[in-house]
Design a protein around this ligand. Structure first.
Ligand code: PHB
Length: 359
């Protein structure tokens, strides 16, 4: 029988009941101290029928924060809060991986310890405004990281990975997409370094490879996925040759035997026009599983799997509004419509109150 969204699959060590992945989605509803709270447990538990849940992007350190009310993955209290999430998802037969996040320059001193400047590859201010507890504020010019600081950044990823494993996650996803720290190193618009971390593809990918090696050493390659967004202009990102850059990245990542490569196949958040890009060609460079993401529906998801382009498909907005999206797709049931006003922040409304199908 032909493979489709409902066929089981193994991503590294993770055995998925189906090929519908819940994409990472920032929801800004964590408790005090970045600790997941009971409403977050309910939200993820409701969506446990996804083949795999990838959590909202989760800061790996106090300096990795860039938005209000994010959960973290670096304190004991955060680990205890996440453990309740993973226990609830596992009790429902689901799988869940945590997305490891450092925002780099997409932050604001008011969100960082002692009003620190955000850090970045280069001191280049992104266009746009930060979401802060005081409302929208212009981004500031970040501080360029010094060479001596890279081992500390890698150590933060290692610590966060250990925390994620202690919290019971089935895997971790390294966030190297959407204009955040690791992507800021990859793409040339945000990286003007003249040392070993800037210039050539090899140099711009160096921090990503160091982080990936360190995370794989702790978690095992079969528990590690990685997300890229080659042409997403969101967060003021650009590159003159994304096809060659990201084919280089995919080739270089093969050395780690990762569980999957997750690819945002275009632009998000109305960040502008995405440059043309051949994702089918990119996919051929990566030897392990490929997770496709961006505005897929059931038909396009099934087609991507049937053609061999994708092994799994990540759905974002449809999972916000439909906790039972898998069942709805399976039975061709109508979908709830998502309310974008409640995507970011707030309480249960627009978070845990979307209805399930009734029998
Ligand atoms: C967001 O909060 O808008 C956001 C967070 C992480 C992403 C993309 C967007 O990867």
């Amino acid at each position: 029988m032909a493979l489709d969204l409902f066929s089981p699959v193994k991503l590294g060590s993770m055995s998925l009941n189906n090929r519908m992945v819940m994409a990472p989605l920032t929801r800004n509803r964590a408790g005090e101290g970045g600790v997941p709270q009971s409403v977050n447990v309910t939200y993820y538990e409701q969506r446990a029928s996804a083949g795999l849940i990838i959590t909202e992007a989760t800061p790996i350190s106090a300096m990795a924060h860039g938005y209000p009310a994010l959960p973290g993955i670096y304190t004991d209290a955060q680990v205890a809060g996440w453990k309740k999430v993973t226990d609830a998802v596992h009790a429902k037969g689901g799988k869940i991986a945590l997305q490891l996040w450092h925002v780099g320059r997409i932050s604001h001193p008011s969100l960082l310890p002692s009003g620190a400047l955000p850090v970045a590859p280069s001191a280049i201010k992104p266009a746009g405004q930060a979401f802060t507890y005081q409302g929208l504020q212009d981004y500031v010019t970040p501080r360029a990281l010094e060479l001596a600081e890279f081992p500390d950044i890698v150590a933060d990823y290692v610590h966060a990975t250990k925390c994620a494993l202690a919290a019971g996650f089935d895997g971790v996803e390294i966030h190297a997409a959407n204009g955040y720290l690791l992507d800021q190193f990859l793409r040339e618009g945000s990286n003007k370094r003249t040392d070993n971390y800037g210039g050539s593809f090899e140099n711009r990918a160096r921090l990503l490879m160091e982080v990936t090696k360190a995370v794989v050493d702790v978690a095992g390659s079969d528990k590690v996925g990685l997300r890229i967004s080659p042409v997403n202009p969101f967060n003021d990102m650009n590159d003159s040759n994304p096809q060659a850059l990201f084919e280089y990245v995919a080739d270089a990542l093969n050395q780690f035997n990762l569980a999957y490569l997750h690819v945002v196949e275009g632009g998000i958040h109305g960040g502008g026009e995405a440059a043309p890009f051949d994702f089918v060609a990119l996919r051929k460079h990566f030897k392990n599983a490929y997770m496709a993401n961006l505005a897929y529906d059931k038909a396009r998801g099934n087609a991507a799997i049937a053609s061999g382009h994708a092994d799994v498909v990540a759905y974002g907005v449809p999972f916000i509004a439909n906790p039972d999206l898998v069942e709805r797709y399976r039975t061709n049931a109508p979908l709830n419509e998502a309310d974008s006003k409640t995507f970011y922040g707030g309480s249960e409304k627009g978070y845990t109150d979307y209805p399930f199908l009734t029998a």
